[in-house]
Design a binder for this molecule. Sequence first.
Ligand code: PMV
Length: 359
Amino acid sequence: MTEQDFIPKTYSKSIEKGSVTWASPSNIALVKYWGKKKNQIPENPSISFTLNNCKTTTTLHFSKKENQDSFSFDVFLDGDKKDDFKPKIETFFKRIEVYLPFLKDYHFTIGTSNTFPHSSGIASSASGMSALAMCLMSVEKMLSPETTTDYFNKKASFLARLGSGSACRSVEGDLIVWGEHKAIEGSSDLFGTKYPYDVHENFKNYQDTILLVDKGEKQVSSTVGHNLMHNHSFAEQRFKQANENLSKLIDVFKSGDIFAFIEIIESEALTLHAMMMTSLPYFILMKPNTLEIINKIWQFRQNTGLPVSFTLDAGANVHVLYPEKDASEILEFIKNELVVYCQNGHYICDIIGFGAKQL
Ligand code: PMV
């Protein structure tokens, strides 16, 4: 498919007003997306677990308006008007207008809430942008009821990507690939697709306990971080490595070799942060407690042989990943030894999920 396939020709219906609600989850990348080309095209393919509990619920009310010269919308977070969210949404609307030509026909009221605290250091852009994209696709479906589910999901992911790259991996679950990879059929730079091959039982219901090490605003946004991959000394090697790691994961998912899985995903997390530390200007998003946790995880794994592992996103928080069958022992370890490194003892227990749901 190409971008052109997402430009609608005509709509068969017209509608005055309505409302729609979607809940969409966050996701955690196993092979990381870091570095992009124009229009949020990734420099390398990535793969993620869709989460279940960390999600955004968005209700979109829409009503026809007279003037069709500009976008018109209001945004509310937990019922409070949020004018500071408007520029990001205005930019999003501008980017997607060609694909959703009805955007200037309506006034929109966007009401949103997250299951995780806004200032938790958990990015709400993946869940937030995908929830909004799903709502907009529901409006398009009302205008064009013949839209198929496959097209709906692909276009929702395509639109979400234009809002925030990794958001395109939140539409479906449980394992989503985004970015063209030569060995993964159907993989695309334009939208996320379900991982199409065998996945061993060991990876079903995988657990993700998110340790909130630092809830503050990040010093460097991911937009800035992605841009620093242009002219980065290690960029080409890194993009090649991501492709190779994804190739290796295909075998690992099939065989169920959790320790091979751990080696790949921990290396990916540390490589992501190594890219940050070797950018110019360089920066560090990990905190001392991030490293304390990583060392404790390694120690515990060595002492017990249990397959506990970590990954990181673009921040200080640690995602502790482990199989369902070892959950009780590992959760006990987390509570006894890791929670002490979390800000105010805060952590979130999550599990792999299956994508956005209409409410
Ligand atoms: O979607 P963005 O632009 O916020 O970038 C996300 C980048 C990482 O979370 C660090 C990696 C990823 O693949 O999700």
